[in-house]
Design a protein around this ligand. Sequence first.
Ligand code: NAG
Ligand code: NAG
Ligand code: NAG
Ligand code: NAG
Length: 310
Amino acid sequence: MLIFHYLLSFIIFSSNGQVVSGCPRKTICLGHSTSRVSQSQGDSVSSILKDAYEQFCGSEYIEDNIVIRTGSGLVDISQPLVEANFSFLYYVKEISGYLELNNIPSIERLSLPRLRLIRGRNLRSGRYSLLVSGRIETLHMPSLTEISRGDVMLGSSSLNSYLCNTRSINWTDIAPFPVSGHQFSRTDGCNDLDIIDCNALGCSSGFCWCNDTDCCQTLSFNCNCHNNSRCFRDGPNIQCCDSQCVAGCSGNGDTFCRACKNVLDDGVCRERCPEQYIIDPFARTVIPNPLFKLEAKPLCVYSCPGISQY
Ligand SMILES: *[C@@H]1O[C@H](CO)[C@@H](O)[C@H](O)[C@H]1NC(C)=O
Ligand SMILES: *[C@@H]1O[C@H](CO)[C@@H](O)[C@H](O)[C@H]1NC(C)=O
Ligand SMILES: *[C@@H]1O[C@H](CO)[C@@H](O)[C@H](O)[C@H]1NC(C)=O
Ligand SMILES: *[C@@H]1O[C@H](CO)[C@@H](O)[C@H](O)[C@H]1NC(C)=O
């Protein structure tokens, strides 16, 4: 009975698209693994979502991938569609591998409001860094400004009008380094009435995530910066971000990055964390560094937080 209640509250229909997670915040520190694939498993949609909930709820930095995949056989067509609740991904900021939300049964607004960076260090099928499909009316990732590597694939399995808002996004600006090319063909069911007119909203870029005046997409690639670094607008001027930044920045220097290319140490994006030993310049011997921190990519930490929350 208790379990039944839990699942029910977990999967219950939502009409207002609220996404605030009920979980305590946690970071993730998984050590040096780079190839582990975390796939949420189960024999029904609700058990797959419950598995994903337990793994990711409240997490900010995901080492490796998020893979939530429901087989089409799991959706019972004789049942009314349940509204999937993805609020457990509310705090996700960065994913080092790829994000796969595949064959999602039904959701009005699938929102990862804080996700700003997908690094694409692992790719799905050697190519995809963002793969979203299913009966998703709106995919809302307004903070996502960079997919460092890999292809984007968006679509629904039927040619109905799902994911139409993704047609109003400039994906080249977010993901300028595809492997074989982005694929949006499966949003062909969207007609002109489903596609948001971002210019009418007043978006100077001409692109937006949703049909509201605060939904405009800001472009930050293609601004003639060294080594393809991103840029920011300072009044009428366009300035390049620091070379330690990824996903853009809000000002000059390594303290204004939206995300760090390497590691974040006390608010500064750096190449590496403070090392364990340093050379004492007076005695010319090797001594322990009082500032030493562990590297829990992309963070420098005094102690490893482990998988559980703190
Ligand atoms: C979604 O799940 C969270 C628990 O993570 C819960 O707090 C929230 O009320 C649920 N939202 C809806 C609309 O059911
Ligand atoms: C989309 O973004 C890319 C990269 O910033 C830019 O080169 C291109 O001009 C943009 N497309 C349009 C139609 O503005
Ligand atoms: C966007 O909002 C305007 C004004 O409310 C409405 O006329 C238009 O149909 C909407 N567009 C979409 C694609 O929902
Ligand atoms: C560009 O990259 C090269 C090689 O990684 C590096 O030496 C150089 O300093 C970078 N330039 C800038 C402006 O960051």
